[in-house]
Design a protein around this ligand. Sequence first.
Ligand SMILES: Nc1ncnc2c1ncn2[C@@H]1O[C@H](COP(=O)(O)OP(=O)(O)OP(=O)(O)O)[C@@H](O)[C@H]1O
Length: 262
Amino acid sequence: MTTTATEHLLTAEGITVRFGGLTALDDVDLRVRPGGVTGLIGPNGAGKTTLFNVLSGVLRPTSGTITWKGAPPSNRRTHHLARAGIARTFQGLNLFPLMTVLDNVAVGADRLARGGPLSLLTGLGRHHRDERELRERAMAALERFGVADTAYRLPGTLPYGVQKQVALARACVGDPELLLLDEPAGGLSGGQIGDLAAQIRELGRDMAVVLVEHHMDLVMEVCDHIVVLNFGRVISTGTPDEVRADPEVTRAYLGTTDDGNE
Ligand SMILES: Nc1ncnc2c1ncn2[C@@H]1O[C@H](COP(=O)(O)OP(=O)(O)OP(=O)(O)O)[C@@H](O)[C@H]1O
């Protein structure tokens, strides 16, 4: 199925997630168009990570529907979503510590190969040509993110900022149509965050990016559209300027009442 520029790539409707008695998401809607950067923000515990986990197939919602390119995803398990064109990064990076940087990134290209998921790890069901192509793609992705010189190192031997670039290269190597970035600025210095902003804007020209991030300057700089969650509900949506000017958003972040009292 093809998607025109005016159609939504991903639609989440009425997403509710309950953990026992706690409602982490309450009837949340999210629509993502092809291309551009959507920010998902909100105070601690607002439900951002839970929504990300639903979108990337890690968590099945209690109720609600997800539509990918106009139809429900045929299989919501994470590696199937990756093959359909949805990639994500993790707060904890999730790089394989005993694999080289190059192999870590080649695993991310798996959706383009004929072998099954993780066949690069097991060596089963894959042609030598596949492997060579995957490694060439992985090297090209490392070059794109400026870390090709680390290809044969183990991730744990590299500075944190470099590991973050490797994780980005892994997410992008399969040419996803939707990239979910979970707090990409966490642990980075001011200068690194400036570089990251330029990278995210560039990525948003090739694919749709959804960004969960606490670093407000970065969010306001790179996002075309922002969705604000508080206590599991969408309390505001709009452009960065619209969201910044919304008193509901200020109240959510400051935890104040209409009178300005705590
Ligand atoms: N597996 C779980 N079991 C029980 N409660 C959970 C679980 N995961 C999240 N929660 C709760 O759901 C609510 C939303 O959490 P979530 O992590 O999605 O928020 P968040 O907006 O990502 O917060 P933060 O900015 O602090 O990462 C919180 O009250 C949290 O304690």
